[in-house]
Design a protein around this ligand. Structure first.
Ligand code: AP5
Length: 215
């Protein structure tokens, strides 16, 4: 399976990608996770990315495209991949087209998870993430079994810096201006499927699996 997941910040891309990666036995590639792990390690890339992420802006295309190119050239991607959060601009999408052409492979699908903006703001305020293993929780919709302790690796979960309300509102603006045009881009290529993502996590998972099976 070679899949892109599109959607607003907090639409549930990461939540669904984890399930799908297990299901199809392919790597889950999240550009957001790559940036956050570089920020945590204090690398030059992390320092640069942080300047943009903290403001709710996109990291520049030249930086982001290089990272994905490197990642896709690794051997575990030969059997497929789930791209979560990339591409986010038309330029990124065009560069991805060339990368896939060079690899002599084609995308199977582009999954668009649609969630209204009003729901997004509510979701982000309750999101908690594990800084050690990256697992994502929600105080109301997906609580940890023990309060504030990651179910998987038992580290303390935290709130993401960019989940503050004013940053979320800027991230939504960025999404509408720069990423929404990709819905038409992939729609015209015929590979797009859209799923409503405002239902419960397990209901969305069911709809995603159904939609991916159909195309
Ligand atoms: P990134 O980490 O990709 O952030 P994002 O796209 O804003 O997406 P999120 O991770 O916030 O949300 P998600 O859709 O994965 O939702 P989740 O499953 O966690 O990127 C961060 C930043 O890095 C960007 O702002 C940008 O600066 C930079 N960046 C990344 N990629 C880039 C690129 N290609 N180019 C340039 N810059 C880039 O779910 C959210 C919450 O809701 C969780 O708490 C979850 O438990 C809950 N939830 C999920 N589904 C449901 C449901 N159905 N019902 C109820 N709750 C749910």
């Amino acid at each position: 399976m070679r899949l892109i997941i599109l959607g607003a910040p907090g639409a549930g891309k990461g939540t669904q990608a984890v399930n799908l990666a297990k299901n199809y036995n392919v790597p889950h590639i999240s550009t957001g996770d790559i940036f956050r792990s570089n920020i945590k390690e204090g690398t030059e890339l992390g320092k640069k990315a942080k300047e943009y992420i903290d403001k709710g802006l996109l990291v520049p295309d030249d930086v982001t495209i290089g990272i994905v190119e490197d990642r896709l050239s690794q051997s575990d991607c030969s059997k497929g991949f789930i791209l979560d959060g990339f591409p986010r601009t038309i330029e990124q999408a065009q560069k991805l087209d060339s990368m896939l052409e060079n690899m002599e492979v084609k995308l199977d699908k582009v999954l668009n998870i649609h969630v209204p903006d009003s729901e997004i703001v509510k979701r982000m305020s309750g999101r908690r993430v594990c800084p050690a293993c990256g697992m994502s929780f929600h105080t109301e919709y997906k609580p940890t079994q023990q309060e504030n302790i990651c179910d998987s690796c038992k580290a303390n979960v935290i709130q993401r810096e960019d989940d503050k309300e004013e940053t979320v509102l800027q991230r939504l603006k960025t999404y509408h201006n720069q990423t929404v045009p990709l819905i038409e881009y992939y729609g015209q290529k015929g590979s797009l499927v859209t799923v409503e993502g405002k239902e419960k996590i397990e209901d969305t998972t069911r709809d995603v699996i159904k939609a991916l099976g159909e195309v």
